[in-house]
Design a protein around this ligand. Structure first.
Ligand code: NOJ
Length: 554
């Protein structure tokens, strides 16, 4: 049992993720601004938010919407200025909302001055800052690794006469962490931002920073003859040494948190990564999002899954962080399709599905991360053609899917279902044109349902998804059992209901969420002696759940 008094501020709060490009445009340009986030701090405060992760807003050519950083010490002009950022940090602090910066440290933009210098020769001052290799004798790339976005992970550089490695897009060359000057430059950046008073860091793509000592071909797993770079380089032994150095240089002695994005770290390995002896405070691992989506490389092949697969993944993550570290709970982020589509296999109103997921997110153990718009409960967008997408990964995946033998229509259907752009359509503030997001044409189409599904409409409706989120946030923050209580799974083998109890001393709360569109019964003894704390359909009957009903008893 955790002691609330020993818990850090970031364990006792609710976090959110903001994708600035799609949040609110105060400049009439069709893309969001930092001033837009500052303008909506009251809205976030009403959701109980105490920490706000903002995806990268540094100076960038925006090939991957900011995950290609040109200058870590500057704000991209499309988002505003450093003064806007300072204002956001200061205004956030006044409201008890600390800003969490996104550190993109596996790679930079090809336009970063480090790379611009590195590529000029084999003996400049930054010559070793990236992963350079000679071509094979026939001129081809050093290995057959496929980048995460598709195509070879190597790009030829005429100027230097060598290939460089890029785990993601070719405009995102990988940094060489073996080089001590690189590590120092990165830690300096993190310290500079920490000194500004941010509340923490989300560290991007961290499992790829260490490369294997020998670079070798792997067995092709697709028609393109390539082998996933993830399989070749993720989580290479020795990675934790780098990260311990990072922790000592940046995290130690500060009242901040660091959450790593760590695709490929299994729940069983979490104890080495988080907690006292680990390197991060929390880790975004993806065992549960892989259940409906499959692993990234085979994303366009159909996946079959059951609710118990999802429950097992979530329970394993809980078990792994009981005595070590802390769990960041999430169902959405800017790389995932909308959760109302992703985590349900049945028909039914999206709003009801959103309430089911919301109850799990806000009553589970860990720090919940709400992704912008999740609290409104909309679904994926209605894409009609591949040209409507903006995302560099979606476009590459469309081509990859066709290379795997899918027809245009099948490849498009896979993009419609899985594209990251589903999470990136503009935030829906009101029923005015462009959903109140911008006075100009938004950079991505606004979701068709914005006229009815928007913040203003939901604020006026006590039964809305937003109202449900706000009431659950109050419930969580007002009851220690949800913050500090132990977590035990209930009905583990049930294929329709996700259920767990939280216990703290003699206080007990039970969450039951029906993920199916059928009525279900459960053992009423589970909630005996408890009162209804929250019901997604208003009232509730013990021992019974209506289709897509979620309840909390305590
Ligand atoms: C993970 C980020 O969440 C994603 O949006 C980005 O494309 C890759 N890392 C590369 O930085």
């Amino acid at each position: 049992m955790a002691d609330l008094n020993d818990m850090a501020w970031w364990q006792r709060t609710i976090a959110c993720e903001v994708y600035p490009k799609s949040f609110l445009d105060m400049a009439g340009q069709g893309t969001g601004t930092i001033a837009g986030i500052t303008a909506k701090l009251d809205y976030l405060q009403k959701l109980g938010i105490g920490a706000m992760w903002i995806t990268p807003c540094y100076k960038s050519p925006m090939v991957d919407n900011g995950y290609d950083v040109q200058d870590y010490y500057a704000i991209d002009p499309s988002f505003g200025t450093m003064a806007d950022m300072d204002e956001l940090i200061a205004c956030g602090k006044k409201r008890g909302i600390r800003i969490v910066m996104d550190l993109v440290f596996n790679h930079t933009s090809e336009e970063c001055s480090w790379f611009v210098e590195s590529k000029t020769s084999r003996d400049n001052s930054k010559a070793d800052w990236y992963i350079w290799r000679d071509a094979r004798e026939d001129g081809s790339a050093p290995t057959n690794w496929r980048s995460i976005f598709g195509g070879s992970a190597w790009e030829w550089c005429e100027e230097r006469g060598q290939y460089y490695l890029h785990t993601f897009a070719k405009q995102q060359p990988d940094l060489n962490w073996e080089c001590p000057e690189v590590r120092k430059a990165l830690f300096d950046i993190a310290n500079w931002w920490a000194d500004k008073g941010v509340g923490g860091f989300r560290i991007d793509a961290i499992t790829y920073i260490k490369k294997p000592p020998v670079f070798e071909d792997g067995p092709a797993d697709g028609e393109d003859g390539l082998y996933p770079v993830h399989a070749a380089t993720a989580n290479t032994p020795g990675i934790l040494d780098f990260l311990h150095e990072f922790k000592t240089a940046v995290r130690d002695g500060r009242d901040i948190f660091m959450v790593g994005e760590a695709n490929g770290v299994a729940a069983e390995e979490l104890d080495k990564w988080v907690g006292e002896n680990g390197v991060f405070d929390m880790l975004f691992e993806f065992s549960h999002t892989h259940v409906p989506m499959g692993a990234a490389e085979i994303w366009c092949r159909p996946v079959t899954w059951k609710l118990t697969d999802l429950k097992r993944a979530l329970a394993a993550s809980q078990a792994a962080t009981v005595s070590n570290g802390w769990y960041p709970a999430f169902f959405e982020n800017h790389d995932q399709p909308r959760s109302t589509v992703n985590f349900f296999r049945c028909e039914g109103p999206l709003a009801e599905k959103a309430k089911v997921l919301g109850v799990v997110l806000l009553t589970t153990r860990g720090t919940p991360f709400i992704y912008q718009g999740e609290e409104l409960g909309y679904g994926n967008a209605e894409w009609k053609s591949i040209d409507e997408f903006d995302d560099v990964q979606t476009k590459a995946q469309f081509d990859f899917a066709k290379g795997e033998g899918l027809s245009d229509a099948e490849a498009l259907a896979a993009c419609v279902r899985f594209s990251r752009d589903n999470a990136r359509t503009p935030m829906q503030w009101d029923a005015s044109e462009a959903a109140g997001f911008s006075t100009a044409k938004p950079w991505l189409p606004v979701h068709d349902d914005y006229v009815t599904c928007n913040v203003a409409a939901q604020e006026a409706d006590p039964d809305s998804v937003l109202a449900w989120y706000r009431s659950l946030a109050k419930l969580r923050l007002g009851n220690d059992v949800f913050l500090a209580g132990d977590w035990h799974e209930l009905m583990a083998d049930d294929e329709q209901v996700m259920a767990f109890e939280r216990t703290l001393g003699d206080v007990r709360a039970v969450t039951l969420a029906n993920f199916s569109d059928e009525p279900v019964t459960y053992d009423a003894d589970l909630v005996e002696g408890l009162e209804l704390l929250a019901g997604s359909m208003g009232d509730a009957t013990t021992g019974e759940l209506r289709p897509l009903e979620a309840v909390v008893w305590g």
